[in-house]
Design a protein around this ligand. Structure first.
Ligand code: NAP
Length: 329
């Protein structure tokens, strides 16, 4: 496969290169692509140096697969140009996620809907991916009615600039600000931009994307997304009301047997998921599984994952692997 990594110099791009190498993705030629600012820079992949090229040069090279993580505007303009030359694009931005003509994929859940005709495939939002990984098996068994999510999101979700802001503030250095406020020793209830309904775009992604991925509009979702000074992963406090009652032991077993989900839930040993331990892992970790005693058929849980791995790079590459394994590219 001739593979282009678009946004290769960024936070997600860097992890894409790492995960491609780790999983020994079948690459015959690698193109590392970024903005004009980075053209000529050198990036390393499997110990070899690659020179960053611009978008037009990458299109002209006719890659088989392009993994995009260069922001929504770049995807809107350039993903169709890659698709036009026969390339299959897997896009990490929000540009195509809710487009009715594009599929929004978490391979373990709905990879089976992909076909050869899908030339631009959307990777869900990082907070959505870890959420649906835990919700999908429970929804199948007990049927969700309503989900309430509060997120505690890592600065790595905002990109290189935000990680730098936290590092600078930790060391007492006055540098460039990715956020309106200091993030060190703070919690900012503002992820992505505000919309007319008073929610942020990030919160509305959590409301809309799970329905598209699970192919079901019958449940409702509400969310509050908060940025906190961690770097290793996103955490989510999730309250789910089901149509049907459940047994806690069975819930744990269902999650335990779901590929890609790891249950960490032992109060005797203070075992529960935390971003510091989820960092660099591909799994979604679930713990603090307990009954909501204020309402029937309702569950509380705590979900943590590395937003740059399963929340972005790993899921993107799993989509590409699925396409190859099923001769769809
Ligand atoms: N961070 C996450 O957890 C996460 C998770 C899921 C999805 N995403 C999405 O992935 C995308 C990248 O996020 P990130 O966190 O990696 O951001 P980032 O660290 O700021 O990196 C942005 C990347 O995009 C490139 N880029 C920017 N403008 C470009 C242009 N006009 N043409 C070509 N390349 C351009 C940058 O190249 P230069 O270095 O040359 O500027 C850089 O490689 C975003 O759409 C984001 O929403 C991020």
């Amino acid at each position: 496969m001739k593979v282009a990594v678009v946004g290769a110099t960024g936070m997600v791009g860097n992890v894409l290169l790492q995960v491609l190498a780790e999983r020994n993705f079948p690459i015959t030629e690698l193109l590392v692509v970024a903005s004009e600012r980075s053209v000529g820079k050198q990036l390393e992949y499997k110990g070899k140096k690659y020179t960053v090229i611009g978008l037009q040069d990458a299109v002209d090279a006719h890659p088989d697969i392009a993994l995009f993580s260069a922001g929504g505007t770049t995807s809107e303009i350039w993903a169709p140009k890659f698709a036009e030359v026969g390339c299959t694009v897997v896009d990490n931005s929000s540009a195509w996620r809710m487009d009715a003509t594009k599929k929004l994929i978490v391979p373990e859940i709905n990879g089976n809907i992909l076909t050869k005709e899908d030339k631009i495939i959307a990777n869900p939002n990082c907070s959505t991916i870890q959420l649906v990984m835990a919700l999908a098996p429970l929804h199948k068994k007990y049927t969700m009615k309503r989900v309430v999510i509060s997120t505690y999101q890592s600065v790595s979700g905002t990109g290189v600039k935000a990680v730098q802001q936290l590092e600078d503030e930790t060391k007492g250095i006055k540098g460039e600000m990715a956020y309106h406020y200091p993030i060190h020793r703070n919690a900012i209830p503002h992820c992505d931009v505000f919309l007319e309904n008073g929610y942020t775009k990030e919160e509305m992604k959590l409301v809309k994307e799970p329905k598209k991925i699970l192919g079901d509009n019958s449940f409702s979702v509400t969310a509050t997304a908060v940025r906190i000074p961690t770097a290793g992963g996103h955490s989510e406090a999730v309250n789910v009301q089901f149509e049907n009652d459940f047994d806690l032991g069975e819930v744990r077993k269902l999650l335990h047997t779901t590929p890609g989900v790891v249950v960490q839930d032992n109060l005797d040993t203070n075992t529960y998921p935390m971003p510091i331990y989820a960092h660099t892992k591909d799994d979604v970790f679930v713990g603090r599984i307990r009954r909501d005693e204020s309402q029937p058929n309702t569950l509380n849980m705590w979900i943590v994952a590395d937003n740059l791995r399963k929340g972005a790079a790993t899921n993107t590459i799993q989509i590409a692997e699925y396409l190859i394994e099923n001769n769809l590219v």
